[in-house]
Design a protein around this ligand. Structure first.
Ligand SMILES: Nc1ncnc2c1ncn2[C@@H]1O[C@H](COP(=O)(O)OP(=O)(O)O)[C@@H](O)[C@H]1O
Ligand SMILES: [Mg+2]
Length: 392
């Protein structure tokens, strides 16, 4: 079982890279699903499929080649089947506060529900061993981060609050309900939450198991896109997901000699060098800007070759964690392995948002979460082959 998660800013080439990777995986004989997590679905368009075919098969996997399926989830249908009871209850509450029923139904889709439905879907495929490879074509960074943070947040809620809330409600409901028109949740509501949670069990382990799931960040050699990729890198690392490659897409080839593009080429080179500082020692895959849009099987094959060259797209392309950030005795500590380094060669400094590690001519920039970057003091220690920085 292999899961590859493509993430990045909107428009950088996530769907194209997902589809190309899916094609390459299927060619190796791996039963592959490319699952779109983005509500702005474009997977079918990239495969140049007839929309009519897709609408007939709404929300289900569609075969597009030998061993290859694509799926654009129908989130409305997933919500109805996963969230029936809970959605009804929230609608009732909103309705009781005077909101019209149709609007209440719409508003009762809370942030996070869609993401949980997607997680449920992934978990089901994993448990049923429905596919050998699942490629996740994710939504733009912000939503993807919310998506991966949900299992942790839910677990916390279930551990700390759920039972308490349920018990309290059992005791208080008969009395409190007399005092308010707003309907209080009955035990069926809590039972549904519990069932949902149970169906999610295990998904967190699967998504954070580096032998199963890896994240590939897709980016372009431009300032703003790269900044967002650096943030994504931080979030995925914090959620202990394993990033195994960064794909820098749409690089203007050197053979383009037109003066009009000269300054683009210069600035792209600068940002590619910067990307190395942000992401080394992860492999960076540079992919040229194609002469046209990436559409249909042939150009997806070409894109797959351009990304991976002789490498196996299904392999875990890099197996070391970039760094770990933990909280110990009220102090944040960030540790990273620096193989082959000597203590006198290492210089550590900070700016307002980043930790900068220099090792000879090599420089690594690590974006820090706000509350860590705000720490007044930082102290670095190098022992064995591990650099640890304590923030207090
Ligand atoms: N290397 C490339 N060369 C040329 N066009 C590309 C390349 N990669 C992606 N595209 C095109 O860029 C557009 C956006 O790509 P897409 O994969 O949909 O991005 P995302 O899923 O990140 O929003 C599409 O029209 C796609 O064909
Ligand atoms: Mg897309």
């Amino acid at each position: 079982m292999r899961i590859i998660f493509f993430a990045g800013k909107g428009g950088v080439g996530k769907t194209s890279a997902s589809a190309a990777t899916g094609m390459a995986a299927a060619r190796q004989g791996s039963k592959t699903l490319v699952l779109s997590l983005d509500t702005a679905h474009s997977l079918a368009d990239i495969f140049d499929l007839d929309r009519g075919l897709l609408d007939q098969n709404k929300g289900q996997p569609i075969p597009v080649a030998d061993n290859l399926w694509i799926q654009e989830l129908d989130i409305g249908a997933e919500l109805a089947s996963d969230w029936g009871e809970i959605h009804q209850y929230i609608t009732k509450v909103l309705n009781a506060t005077g909101i019209e029923e149709i609007l209440a139904e719409e508003l009762a889709i809370l942030p996070g529900m869609e993401e949980i439905s997607l997680l449920l879907k992934i978990n089901r495929y994993v448990q049923e061993k429905a596919f050998d490879t699942i490629i996740l074509d994710s939504a733009p960074t912000g939503e993807a981060v919310r998506f991966i943070s949900l299992p942790t947040a839910l677990e916390w809620y279930m551990k700390k609050f759920f039972n308490l809330e349920r018990k309290l409600m059992k005791v208080a409901r008969p009395v409190v309900q007399k005092m308010t028109d707003v309907p209080l949740p009955d035990d069926r509501y809590f039972e549904s939450i519990k069932t949902l949670f149970e169906r999610l069990k295990g998904v967190d382990e699967v998504l954070t198991d580096p032998a199963v799931t890896t994240v590939r960040l897709v980016t372009n050699p431009e300032k703003i896109v790269l900044k967002e990729t650096q943030r994504a890198f931080m979030y995925f690392t914090l959620y202990r997901m394993h990033i195994d490659a960064v794909i820098i897409n749409r690089v203007l080839p050197d053979k383009v000699k037109d003066k009009y593009f000269a300054s683009w080429q210069k600035s792209q080179k600068k940002y590619i060098a910067l990307a190395e500082r942000y992401f080394a020692p992860l492999p960076l895959f540079l992919v040229d800007l194609f002469p046209g849009e990436v559409l249909g099987a042939e150009s997806l094959d070409a894109l797959g070759r351009a990304i991976y060259k002789e490498k196996n797209p299904l392999a875990v392309l890099h197996s070391q964690r970039a760094y770990e950030l933990k909280k110990e005795d009220g102090q944040y500590c960030l540790s990273m392995r620096l193989a082959f380094a000597d203590k006198p060669d290492i210089a550590v400094s900070r700016n307002s948002t980043e930790l900068i590690v220099r090792l000879g001519s090599f420089r690594r920039h690590i974006l820090l979460p706000g509350h860590v970057a705000a720490a007044k003091k930082a102290r670095a220690k190098f022992a064995g082959d591990t650099l640890t920085v304590y923030f207090s």
